[in-house]
Structures are given as structure tokens and as C-alpha cells.
Design a protein around this ligand. Structure first.
Ligand code: NAP
Length: 304
């Protein structure tokens, strides 16, 4: 099979970019991959571990001659990076990104891109709480969705080609518009992260009262919150600041439901609680049936 892109440039060399690189090498469907990260330390680490075929000293050098450029930096940095690389982009190249928020990224990036360059935003729905160039692995995107968010006027061939790359990286793809994307992600990812951050913050306050009991006896529920709440602070700050409307909408609904459950507990309304928990259990079953998680007890951790 011929290569999907002869030259790919990854700007930002953290979890997502490094996973893309290893998955591209696994597939053999992308030619030379160049990379750039703003800090000399990350560039040195990338060279040491063989992350990218060529690590460049500037973003402009990395994108020169590239058929596909993927912006893999925090959402709040996308606009500045797009501005920096714009003059060096090859006519006919595709620029994509992996940002967790789409409306804000599109408004920040699109104005900088020259005529004749295709912009096809995307968001792989896969990640871990680890970050940095050494955290990536080829299997990260396997069987996970990558949401493709074409902008008005996106070239169909450029969209199809990017989708082929994501399929080669192991992903399934779906297309949707930016508003819908941001709402879906507020429900499935952004609000849950904020709730996890809050729960761990509350437990930390209590820990000060009960000494180390919260950590010592932490069972799966709390441990899972702490895993999510260990996610990169810069990335998540940017996500909330740039997906403000959708996140606030979902948090508003969440608060209403929480108050209803709080009232049910106060009133001793067991039927309400049982009915609610039965409904949510069915959602978990739907996720397992769709192959999006394991049914193993405690996520397959075994006895820890
Ligand atoms: P990461 O591991 O923290 O790596 C971020 C990279 O961006 C690093 O190379 C960093 O450079 C660079 N960077 C940070 N701030 C920058 C700035 N102000 N200007 C230029 N470069 C900057 O991040 P990641 O997890 O790969 O996330 C990258 C993107 O993917 C984000 O937009 C995020 O929303 C999205 N995403 C993340 C996940 C996830 O679970 N992590 C999932 C899906 C999508 P240095 O190393 O030199 O500091």
C-alpha cells in the first residue's frame, strides 16, 4: 500500500504527538516525520529516544515541505503556533490539530493559514494522565474514535486523506461540527475531569483533618478520581478556558441533578436513588458492549 503522506510534521512533542509518531511507524503509512518542541530539553529527549525521523530547531523548519502538519500543543497555544508556521507551509499542505476543544482552536488557527492550505481540525478521543515526549505508545489510539471537525469549505479529499491516516493509526473516525464536538466533549470528558479535580481537592482538605486515611484506605472509586485529577494542569486549564459555554452548560445540569439526589437522600427516597442508579448502570453496559472499555472488575487491575 502506498503512503498516505510522504512528509508529516508534528509540532509539540508530548503524549499525543509521540503516540502518533509510534503509531505512524507501526503502520508504515507515513513517510518522513519531522518534529519540533519549544524547549531544548524536549527536543533532546526526542532525539535520544528516536522520536521523529528528524527533530528540528524551529517550527518553520519542521513544517517546510510537509504534506501534513499536526499541531499537538495545548489548546491555548494553537493560535501562536499557527502564526509562526504559516509563512513556511507548503501550498496544498493540510494543517490539522489534536486539540480537545474545537471552536476556540478553529477561531485561533484559521485566520493565520494562507490560501491553498487545507485546514482539517481533529480530536483523538484517547489519552492518559501522563504527558511529555516519553509518555507516548503506538497502541494509544487503537479502537478509539478520532473526531474529525471539517470547517466550512474544507477540501473533501484533504478530509478523506486525514481520516485514512487516523484509520492507519488504529482509530475509528466520525465527522461532526465544532459546536456539537464541544458539547459532546463537555459531557464525556471536560465536566468529568472537573468533577474529579473537585473530588480530589475535597478529599485533600479532609485528609488534613484525618491525617493519611484518605490515601491509606482509598478504594477504587477515589483512586480512579485521583488518576484523572493527575492530568496535565496546563492542558486542562486551557480546555476549561476555551470550552467555557459547553462546560458551564453541563455543570449547570450536573448541579441540578446533584441537588435532586441530595434531596432524595435527605428525604429517604430510596426509589429515586435506585431508579437513578439503574439508569446509570445501563450506560456502563452500553460502553462495554460498544468495546470502549473492559468489563474486568476494577478495570482489570487485579488485587492491588
Ligand atoms: P503534552 O504531553 O503536555 O505535550 C505538549 C507539547 O506542547 C509539549 O511538546 C510542549 O513543549 C508543547 N507546548 C506546551 N505549551 C506550549 C506553548 N505555549 N507553545 C508551544 N508549545 C507548547 O500534551 P498532550 O497531552 O500531548 O496534549 C497535546 C494536545 O492534545 C492538547 O491540545 C490536548 O488538548 C490534546 N489532547 C490531549 C489528550 C490527553 O489525554 N492528554 C487527549 C486528546 C487530545 P515542551 O515539552 O517543550 O514544553
Amino acid at each position: 500500500m502506498s503512503q498516505i503522506y510522504d512528509r508529516v510534521a508534528l509540532i509539540g512533542l508530548g503524549l499525543i504527538a509521540s503516540s502518533m509518531f509510534w503509531a505512524m511507524k507501526r503502520s508504515g503509512l507515513a513517510g518522513e516525520v519531522t518534529g519540533y518542541a519549544r524547549s531544548a530539553e524536549t527536543r533532546a529527549t526526542a532525539r535520544e529516544i528516536g522520536l521523529c525521523d528528524r527533530v528540528c530547531e524551529s517550527a518553520a523548519e519542521a513544517v517546510e515541505g510537509a504534506d501534513l502538519v499536526v499541531l499537538c500543543v495545548p489548546v491555548g497555544a494553537m493560535g501562536a503556533v499557527a502564526k509562526e508556521i504559516a509563512p513556511a507551509l507548503k501550498p496544498g499542505a493540510t494543517v490539522s490539530d489534536v486539540g480537545s476543544v474545537k471552536k476556540a482552536v478553529i477561531s485561533a488557527v484559521a485566520p493565520h493559514l494562507p490560501q491553498g492550505v487545507h485546514f482539517v481540525p481533529a480530536h483523538p478521543m484517547a489519552g492518559t494522565e501522563h504527558s511529555g515526549p516519553t509518555s507516548g505508545f503506538a497502541e494509544l489510539f487503537d479502537n478509539k474514535y478520532c473526531l474529525i471537525v471539517p470547517v466550512p469549505g474544507s477540501d473533501r479529499d484533504a478530509v478523506d486523506r486525514l481520516e485514512s491516516l487516523w484509520h492507519a493509526l488504529g482509530s475509528k473516525t466520525d465527522e461532526m461540527d465544532a459546536d456539537h464536538h464541544d458539547l459532546v466533549c463537555a459531557v464525556t470528558s471536560h465536566a468529568p475531569h472537573l468533577i474529579a479535580y473537585t473530588m480530589v481537592g475535597v478529599a485533600d482538605d479532609i485528609r488534613r483533618v484525618t491525617d493519611s486515611e484518605v490515601i491509606k484506605y482509598s478504594a477504587a472509586g477515589f483512586r480512579d478520581f485521583t488518576r484523572i485529577a493527575a492530568s496535565d494542569p496546563t492542558m486542562w486549564r486551557d480546555v476549561f478556558l476555551s470550552n467555557k459555554d459547553a462546560t458551564l452548560e453541563i455543570l449547570g445540569r450536573f448541579t441540578e441533578e446533584l441537588f435532586a439526589l441530595q434531596k432524595a437522600i435527605r428525604d429517604g427516597d430510596g426509589d429515586h436513588l435506585h431508579h437513578y442508579f439503574t439508569r446509570t448502570r445501563a450506560i456502563r453496559k452500553g460502553i462495554i458492549d460498544a468495546g470502549q472499555d473492559t468489563d474486568a472488575p476494577d478495570f482489570g487491575r487485579g488485587k492491588v
